[in-house]
Design a protein around this ligand. Structure first.
Ligand SMILES: [Fe+2]
Ligand SMILES: [Fe+2]
Length: 241
């Protein structure tokens, strides 16, 4: 079966942008700092839960965070948890060969780090009902992720540019609103990663629009209008802590 003109255009664009991706990947790797989730978690505040270990059941008064901070952290964590869905969507558009594949895998690994540190912090500090959180994660993941813009390269790239900026702002603000210096430090660390992601996609989008300027008006405004953090599949479950 022959390729549609749209697919041909996209494959051509992906091919033409390979060198840009190589350059942006190098820039990203030279700027990115290695960090370790376990160093941001106050393990000394933790204790066993009920269940096989016979510890204490979670209850709301154990959390020192405000309801707003808790809900925001849960939504941010569920967003990070949906990573396999994002990985699939991005790999479908960009492919998994060469520099594109290296970037998609690297980005996925960094986003996974965010989910790890957020979950450990929330669980150890008893900021969230761990049972409701796990159920929300299952619910969220089982619904999966499907981009509203389909597999359009320019839509997808515009979307992630805004999405990374949105997560940077959201993580930063959530850390500040938490009133917990440890949480603020952790969220600032995550936000620094999101900023580098945003720069990668922003530069990629700029290069793509240089190559295909006529696509600009037709494609980018919709993505920017629709850009938002994916909401949890069940809002009720995210509020239960
Ligand atoms: Fe992230
Ligand atoms: Fe990110």
């Amino acid at each position: 079966m022959s390729e549609s003109p749209e697919k041909k255009f996209q494959h051509g664009l992906v091919h033409e942008l390979e060198q840009v991706v190589e350059k942006e990947l190098d820039r990203h790797l030279s700027m990115a700092k290695e960090w370790f989730p376990h160093q941001y978690v106050p393990w000394s505040e933790g204790r066993d839960y009920d269940g096989p270990l016979g510890g204490e059941e979670w209850s709301l008064e154990q959390s020192k965070l405000s309801q707003e901070a808790r809900e925001s952290l849960i939504v941010n964590l569920l967003t990070e948890d949906n990573l396999p869905g994002y990985h699939n969507a991005i790999a479908t558009v960009y492919g998994q060969e060469g520099a594109w594949g290296t970037w998609v895998n690297r980005w996925t690994a960094e986003e996974n780090r965010h989910g790890i540190v957020l979950r450990d912090y929330l669980t150890v500090t008893r900021a969230v009902d761990p049972i409701a959180l796990e159920r929300a994660r299952m619910n969220h993941m089982e619904h999966g992720y499907a981009a509203t813009h389909g597999d359009s390269f320019l839509h997808g790239t515009a979307y992630v540019s805004f999405q990374e900026l949105a997560t940077r702002v959201s993580h930063r603000n959530t850390g500040k609103a938490s009133g917990d210096p440890i949480c603020e430090q952790m969220m600032a660390r995550i936000a620094a990663d999101e900023n580098l992601h945003m720069i990668f996609y922003r530069n990629l989008l700029g290069a793509a629009l240089e190559i295909a300027p006529n696509e600009r008006c037709a494609r980018t405004p919709t993505s920017s209008r629709r850009s938002r953090c994916p909401a949890p599949a069940s809002t009720a479950s995210s509020r239960s802590p």
